[in-house]
Design a protein around this ligand. Structure first.
Ligand code: AMP
Ligand code: GLY
Length: 423
């Protein structure tokens, strides 16, 4: 099978790493890829949001299966373009990708599906939004409707913060993403995410995870795309997971199918859990980054068969083979992230690290120049490890971190603290 993966972050490195372990994979191309991915696949320069260019590329290289990593090409309709040209594709249609691309769309689906979520209202002008805030008080959550690369949500602890967020969004700082605003009830509880493969009809859970969005130890500092994650998430017990499937995921998928826009791909279900009851925080229509890295480490090569079955509508005949294990990933970022940071610092020590099915340093934002690996982004490396216990996995992951010689790199030292404590 000739396989094309679209994307170039840690998520795509881990997807490539897992897919490559499956004997079915003959040729693997990742576009655009990065310096780590280049070790295991051919990295091709390609504008992955340009449907025509991606289809032409897939034709030229006799691609049998396309796996779409990030949300932007999905929201732009890349799966529709590829399927229309006859390519088997893992990823939802543009219509189904609205579950991530529009908060108001998702809220509307939740209402129709009677899926538990925060009470909400939708606004296209600031005065009406502010009146709603005055009526409901704080804490309250303000969200840009569209895709805002993780910057579109303000959890306002005071009314003043909420008003400021509304002004900010309608002033155009987020561009079109902020032209419409969703205001939500604040939900209390513990967050976790649930990853479910879907083929339009059948839903097959492939794991749970918990990430760490704040930059600093002890969940302090600014929000980031995620500084580390582990799987499984104990708060998403079998009982809670069962409720999430029955009350949220299955009714959502049924509603999507009834609207003529069935969801295929992976549904990243972000949940707030309180007293054993899950409520939906958000959907994403792709694997999480860095959650994907730990799921791939736990699933290995079988994930290619599972994704292929999802794309072919055969999930009902599939089973996931579980090891009773734990995985963790620790993100190394360039100092300064999520604010401004310098690019080009040299990372040493990676060559000496042994890469096995139990430990990998995935590259999230790197390039190579004159034989040296350099930082090329905010989140740069993901030290990822598996173990019989979370503690064992954590120790192995930090062992990897300690072998990386990169003075400009920073990481949290407490990934997994909810389970392991803050020693
Ligand atoms: P979202 O992009 O919708 O996932 O929001 C980003 C983050 O904001 C979530 O992961 C939560 O930590 C927080 N958040 C979003 N909505 C709510 C809510 N209604 N109540 C409390 N926290 C929320
Ligand atoms: N780690 C959060 C995300 O991928 O959206």
């Amino acid at each position: 099978m000739n396989i094309l993966i679209l994307g170039g972050g840690g998520r795509e490195h881990s997807l490539a790493w897992a897919v490559k372990q499956n004997p079915k994979c003959d040729r693997l191309i990742v576009a655009p890829g990065n310096a780590g991915i280049a070790d295991i696949a051919w990295c091709a320069a390609l504008d992955i949001e340009d449907g025509e260019a991606v289809v032409a590329f897939a034709e030229e290289h006799a691609i049998d299966f396309v796996i779409v990593g990030p949300e932007a090409p999905l929201a732009a309709g890349i799966s529709d373009d590829l399927r229309a040209a006859g390519f088997l594709t893992f990823g939802p249609s543009k219509a189904a990708a609205q579950l991530e691309a529009s908060k108001a769309f998702t809220k509307d689906i939740c209402d129709a599906a009677k899926a538990p979520t925060a009470a909400w209202a939708h606004f296209t002008d600031a005065p009406a939004a502010k009146a709603y805030i005055a009526e409901h008080g704080a804490p309250i959550v303000i969200k840009a409707d569209g895709l805002a690369a993780g910057k579109g949500v303000t959890v306002a602890m005071t009314q003043a913060q909420a008003i400021e967020a509304v002004d900010d969004m309608f002033s155009g700082t987020l561009g079109a993403a902020g032209a419409e605003v969703v205001i939500e009830e604040f939900m209390d509880g513990e967050e976790a995410s649930y990853f479910i493969l879907c083929d339009g009809e059948t839903a097959l859970p492939i794991g749970t995870a918990q990430d760490h969005k704040r930059l600093g130890d002890g969940d302090t500092g600014p929000n980031t795309g995620g500084m580390g994650a582990y799987s499984p998430a104990p708060v998403l017990s079998d009982a809670v997971a069962k409720r999430a499937m029955a009350e949220i995921v299955e009714p959502t998928l049924a509603e999507m199918a009834a609207r003529g826009t069935p969801f295929t791909g992976v549904l990243y279900t972000g949940l707030m859990i309180k007293d054993g009851a899950p409520r939906l925080v958000e959907y994403n229509v792709r694997f999480g980054d860095p959650e994907c890295q730990i799921l791939m480490m736990r699933l290995g090569g079988q994930v290619l068969d599972l994704m292929q079955a999802a794309a072919e509508g055969r999930l009902a005949e599939m089973r996931v083979n579980w090891a009773d294990d734990h995985a963790i990933t620790v993100v190394m970022a360039t100092d300064g992230y999520p604010g401004a940071y310098a690019k080009g610092s040299v990372i040493r020590g990676l060559d000496a690290i042994e890469e096995t099915s139990r430990q990998m340093v995935f590259h999230a934002g790197t390039d190579e120049k004159d034989g040296q690996i350099r930082a090329a982004g905010g989140r740069v490396l993901n030290a990822t490890a598996r173990g019989a216990t979370l503690e064992e996995a954590r120790d192995r992951a930090y062992g990897l971190i300690d072998q990386i010689d990169w003075p400009e790199g920073i990481c949290r030292r407490d990934i997994g603290w909810r389970v392991l404590g803050t020693s």
